[in-house]
Write a new protein. Structure first.
Length: 172
C-alpha cells in the first residue's frame, strides 16, 4: 500500500511540475510578445531593375531583392521589396518583413504595374516555412538577415552580404 501511495504521489508531483513548467513557458512567450511593438510600415518606391539582386531560384521561380528598399526598422524587423519571376515570365512584387526573434514573415503590400502599391488585407505575422519549392523567406532569414534570433547587423551589412552572396557566418 505504501509503495502504491508513493507511486501515485510521484505521478501527481510530476504532472504538477509539467503543468507549472508549461505555464511558465507560455508566460515567457507572452511576456516577449507583450513587450514587442511593431512600427508602421512605410511603403518604398517601386523597385528599379538596376537595384534588383537575385538571391534564390526555386526551379520554377527566381527571386530578387531590391537592395534600395532594405531597412532594419526600429522594431528589429527587416523590411524589403521582393520580386519574383516565374519561368513563364509572370512577375510579382511584394513589400514584406521578416522578424528574426520569432522566425516569422509579414506581407505589407503588393506592387502594381504602374509602380503603386496595394496594401495586403492580411495583417498578421506567419511562421516562415522551409517546406515546398519556394524557400525564399527561409533563404533570406537564415542566410542574410538573421543570426539565430537576432538581426545580423544593420542594413548596409545585410545589403553587402546579399550583393556578394555571402551568407551569415554560423557560429555553431
Amino acid at each position: 500500500m505504501l509503495k502504491k501511495t508513493l507511486y501515485v504521489s510521484a505521478l501527481i508531483a510530476a504532472s504538477l511540475f509539467s503543468v507549472t513548467a508549461s505555464a511558465q513557458q507560455l508566460g515567457d512567450e507572452d511576456e516577449i510578445e507583450k513587450d514587442w511593438k511593431e512600427v508602421a510600415a512605410q511603403l518604398p518606391e517601386a523597385p528599379k531593375t538596376e537595384n534588383l539582386v537575385p538571391f534564390y531560384d526555386s526551379g520554377t521561380q527566381s527571386f530578387a531583392i531590391d537592395i534600395k528598399s532594405i531597412i532594419v526598422a526600429s522594431d528589429n524587423t527587416i523590411r524589403y521589396t521582393l520580386v519574383s519571376v516565374s519561368r513563364g515570365g509572370a512577375r510579382n512584387i511584394s513589400y514584406e518583413a521578416i522578424r528574426c526573434e520569432s522566425f516569422e514573415k509579414k506581407l505589407y503590400a503588393f506592387g502594381r504595374p504602374d509602380g503603386t502599391w496595394s496594401r495586403s488585407r492580411r495583417n498578421e505575422w506567419t511562421p516562415i516555412s522551409s517546406l515546398g519549392a519556394n524557400k525564399q523567406h527561409t533563404n533570406l532569414a537564415v542566410d542574410y538577415f538573421c543570426e539565430g534570433t537576432t538581426v545580423a547587423g544593420r542594413a548596409p551589412a545585410i545589403i553587402e552580404r546579399i550583393k556578394k552572396n555571402q551568407p551569415v557566418i554560423k557560429n555553431y
